[in-house]
Design a protein around this ligand. Structure first.
Ligand SMILES: [Zn+2]
Ligand SMILES: [Zn+2]
Length: 261
């Protein structure tokens, strides 16, 4: 056992620790009751070992940097578990000093409030979701993950708080701008009734029409009829806006022209 912390955790041990962690994560168990029979944490050796780890870590929590003078209780955490080792028989580099709060978070007893990353987004179309952090009804669901906690679905504000970023806010802002432009496009006075059942608009050198065909609505671009049928003219106009915004209208027309040529 070395007297100083080398800083590098042997890979195999850290993998083993993660395996054990994932094995136990769904049960209220910590390293403290992996040794139920011995109750080793009360022993003098353990206290001496802890004091040395804390001294090597500069007397502060490795996460929040608070120490005894800040009124926190410092504990020693095992970054990986070794079979047949008493808690004080670990190399120092496998141990770290944590305050009680950070230690609990490390073990997943308290949900970690940092270190989350955004992995997905979903628009439910209505307030059908619930933020798993604050309980608010949400329509826009952000999926976030953490390596010490199950994946959660949260709202915009809680997402940005937990990821310490503005990703969700930025996403929502661009979505709001998109919706504003879409609303302006749909209600634009440039839509004109060409003849009964046909509304038309000129945009980007395209003559775009919404054609009412037997109570369904069809998109027509420069005399080419689309295959899709919409239940309302509003839905058709939303799709037209999407085609224009995304540039897909150019792709679509290029393909159609190719077929016609
Ligand atoms: Zn701490
Ligand atoms: Zn621990």
């Amino acid at each position: 056992m070395g007297n100083s912390k080398s800083g590098t955790t042997p890979l195999i041990l850290s993998i083993f620790g993660k395996f054990l962690y994932s094995f136990y994560r769904n049960r209220p168990i910590s390293e403290h009751n992996l040794y139920p029979a011995m109750d080793p944490y009360r022993s003098k050796s353990w206290k001496e070992f802890c004091n040395e780890v804390i001294r090597l870590d500069g007397g502060v929590c490795c996460r929040c940097r608070r120490g005894l003078s800040d009124g926190v209780i410092l504990q020693v955490h095992h970054k990986a578990y070794l079979l047949n080792h008493k808690p004080w028989e670990y190399p120092y580099e496998l141990c770290e000093t944590l305050c009680r709060g950070c230690h609990a978070a490390e073990h997943g007893k308290i949900m970690p409030n940092f270190g989350w990353s955004l992995i997905g987004y979903d628009d439910l179309g209505d307030l059908d979701g619930t933020c798993q952090l604050c309980g608010t009804a949400i329509r826009h669901v952000f999926m976030i993950q953490h390596n010490k906690w199950p994946t959660m679905e949260v709202g915009e504000v809680c997402c940005d708080n937990l990821t310490c970023s503005d990703e969700a806010g930025t996403h929502m802002e661009s979505l709001r701008r998109f919706n504003d432009r879409q609303r302006r496009f749909i209600s634009s006075s440039r839509w004109t009734i060409l003849e009964e059942g046909i509304e038309s608009i000129k945009q980007k050198n395209y003559e775009i029409s919404i054609v009412n065909v037997r109570q369904k609505f069809m998109i027509r671009i420069n005399e080419i009829d689309g295959k899709q049928r919409f239940t309302s003219s509003l839905e058709a106009k939303k799709t037209v806006f999407f085609l224009l915004e995304s540039g897909k209208i150019d792709e679509f027309m290029k393909k159609k022209r190719g077929l016609l040529a």
